[in-house]
Structure formats: C-alpha cells, structure tokens
Design a protein around this ligand. Sequence first.
Ligand SMILES: *[C@@H]1O[C@H](CO)[C@@H](O)[C@H](O)[C@H]1NC(C)=O
Ligand SMILES: *[C@@H]1O[C@H](CO)[C@@H](O)[C@H](O)[C@H]1NC(C)=O
Ligand SMILES: *[C@@H]1O[C@H](CO)[C@@H](O)[C@H](O)[C@H]1NC(C)=O
Length: 350
Amino acid sequence: MASKMTLLASVLVVMLMHLQSLEAQQPNLVKGLSWKYYESSCPKLESIIRKQLEKVIKKDVGLAAALLRMHFHDCFVQGCDGSVLLDGSASGPVDSEKTAPPNLSLRGFDVIEDLRRRVHKECGAGSVSCADITAIVARDSIVLTGGPTYSVPLGRRDGLSFATRDATLANLPSPFVPTDNLLRTLAAKNFDATDAVALSGAHTIGIAHCSSFTRRLYPTQDTTLDKTFATTLKGVCPAPNTNASTFMDLRSPNVFDNKYFVDLMNKQGLLTSDQDLYTDKRTRNIVTSFAVNQTLFFEKFVNVMIKMGQMEVLTGTQGEVRNKCSVQNSNDLLISSVVEGDNMDSVESF
Ligand SMILES: *[C@@H]1O[C@H](CO)[C@@H](O)[C@H](O)[C@H]1NC(C)=O
Ligand SMILES: *[C@@H]1O[C@H](CO)[C@@H](O)[C@H](O)[C@H]1NC(C)=O
Ligand SMILES: *[C@@H]1O[C@H](CO)[C@@H](O)[C@H](O)[C@H]1NC(C)=O
C-alpha cells in the first residue's frame, strides 16, 4: 500500500515537472499568433533580419537599445501594431514631421524600414508586417548585445491609426516615478512586480539624456544616489538642461547582462524609476535575485518580452500589412491633425 502511494506520488511529481517544463518552453500564445507564421511564406525572414542587423549594430551598438525601445513603445501604446513607426505618431520618425510633434527621441526608424524593404524584396510586398519585423528586431538587438534568445510569436498585423500624444504619454512609464507608480502602470497591463523589474532590466543597454535624471542632482542631491556617481553625473550635466546623455548601466553599458541590477544595489541606478526598485520593499528582493543570478534574469526577461510582444495585437484580417512602415497603405485615411508638441524628453527612458 505504502509503496503504491509512493509510486503514485512520484508519478504525479514527474507529471507536474513535465507540465512545468512544457510551460517554460511554450509561453501562452495569443489567438491568431503562431511560432511558425512565416515558415512557408517567408522562410528566410529571420535570417535576413539577423544578418543585416549584425552589420548595423556592429557599426553603431547604441542602435540595439534604440531598437529594443522601439518595440516597447510600440507595444505599450495601443498594442504591438507598428503604429509607433507611422509618420505623424507622437513618437514617430522625427524628420518626417512637419508640425514639430512631441519628440520621444526614438531612433532606428530607417533601420526598420530598410529591413522591411529587404524582406519584401525576398518574400513579396505585403508578406510580413512592420509590427512583426519590429518584434524580431528587438529580439535580435538583445541577442546581438549578449542577451538571451527566444522564439518570437508572429502574425501581427499593422494598425491603421497612430496613437495620439495623450495616449502615448498616458501609456509610457516615466523615468521620474517611484516604483509604486511603475507597478500600478504595469499592473493595469497585467504585468506583476517580477515582470516590472525584468522589463526595467532592459536598461542594461542604452543611454538617457540629462533631462531624465538631473532632478536627482539639482537643486538637492537624491540620497539614494551614490556620491561618487553623482559627481560623475554632474560632470556630464553641469546644469539641469544640459544637452548631453550618459549610459544607463555604468558597469557594462553595451552588453545585455545583469549588471544593471548590480548598479542598483550600489546606488548607481541612473533614473529614479531604476533606483527606486531597490528601495521599494516589493521589488528589492527581485532586484537582488537578478543581480546574483543572470540566468534567472534572462528567464524572466524572456517571459516578459513574449508577454509584452503580444499586447493588444491585431491578427487575421484586422489592420493591414503595410507596404511601407511609415504610412498606411491608403494614405487617404491619414489623419492630418498632428498635435502641437512640447519637449517630450520626460518619457524618453522607457
Ligand atoms: C528629437 O529626437 C531626436 C532624436 O533623438 C533628437 O535629435 C532631437 O534633438 C529631439 N528634439 C527635441 C526637440 O527634443
Ligand atoms: C542637442 O541635441 C540634439 C540631439 O542630440 C541636437 O540635434 C541639437 O543640435 C543639440 N543642441 C545643442 C544646442 O547642442
Ligand atoms: C539561477 O536561476 C536559475 C533559473 O531559474 C536556476 O535554475 C538556478 O538554480 C539559479 N542558480 C542559483 C545558483 O540559484
């Protein structure tokens, strides 16, 4: 009897372990997306992107962070529908905007459009959406700077409308806010504290402008800021509105690793929204666990990227597949009223 119970118990344990490992390998897919969406229609899609991005990022490693951020911005504002790429969107391509809309200092639009051109040349116009290209580009930017790889769910369609300035502002976490705000903003989008800390770990690469952190220096110095680090930052930004920038992860600025969390433990996080993750009791232990275990960070980061990459996606016959990432296929529908913008540097960090 006892041995029967033991056998049953061990069978259950094995089954549970099996279930867990399946879950780890196959995160939930949103209806309409698939791991092999372009397998027959554009088999070379991922290799075309990877090969070209290798060259691009080798020349300008800073683009990796910019391209990763592009995907964040796309997904957080009205879902991953490529709307961030549209001329006239609040954070869209800068030089194409005649009416000086708010500027979120995104860059890399030209890289995405160039990849779109290469992909469509190989697989035909209308073959692959700009939203999917942006998602693959984000994954490759992570991989090419040393981060973890993962499969990208595919089959997103491109949106027909761009997000307004207000929607953009309302949906992007600000660099000035404490963890409490960050957690609330992200909880509204179904991300938990672990997701929030893992997502913040994207700041292991990339830069931020003075305007995003000088309020931690002037008029009074933030007590959660390491003194030596503060002195360095004052050198970069001698005044609050200095037009300069610095790396977000001082230990390994261009490598996708877990050093960002080590920075936080040493009071060397650049933004308020970074450093406060180590002050807030709800996230402090998560920061520590990532700082001591990069594998754990990578695992949680991959989870949250796959989750984020499926936010409010358009699939099936919704939206369209754009022939050019910066304009809808029927230009007639272009909304011409672009809102006048002030300086939007305040949301640049995410
Ligand atoms: C807009 O963003 C671009 C790209 O980062 C930057 O060069 C430019 O200075 C920004 N303009 C304003 C007004 O912030
Ligand atoms: C400030 O920086 C932006 C982008 O980096 C640049 O376009 C602009 O010319 C700079 N302004 C000054 C006064 O240096
Ligand atoms: C680090 O995290 C991984 C992934 O969760 C786990 O398998 C491993 O045991 C952890 N390593 C240590 C030393 O705790």
